[in-house]
Design a protein around this ligand. Sequence first.
Ligand SMILES: [Zn+2]
Length: 160
Amino acid sequence: MNQARMLASLRREVRERAGERCEYCLLAELQALPPHEPDHLISLKHGGQTISANLALACFVCNRFKGSDIASIDAVTSELVSLFNPRTQRWFEHFRLDGAYLVPLTVVGRVTEKLLRFNLPYRVEVRARLIELGKYPYSCNRNPDHSHENSKVDERYTAQ
Ligand SMILES: [Zn+2]
């Protein structure tokens, strides 16, 4: 398999594993422009590799705020703390939803919420509107119950 095909295959695997939803803020790719991106958990500049175990699906906004960071200083303890890792940690152990707000439950959740700015007013407003529509948190995985939404997703990417 050449590199371009391998990367396309890896990207597809990352999207499907995540249910086509940001693994940080849970925004579905269907609900976001531009499309979600594979995020290197350990960035290339820190020696991370482009392999499945080092990738997570991230929305454009989360990925921009995360950048190449792998840790941050906790405002409460002043300790250096690794960011949330969707491959080795469970979202519900570090965050919970309080309406449209993403509330950290742990120090890992706290540094990640702060660095990725989950609760910027416009992000909370988008979530609140999606909640009103019954569309957050929402997964676009290949569940037959969501076939209508899936076909809309597919059209968005195939219509040129
Ligand atoms: Zn996100």
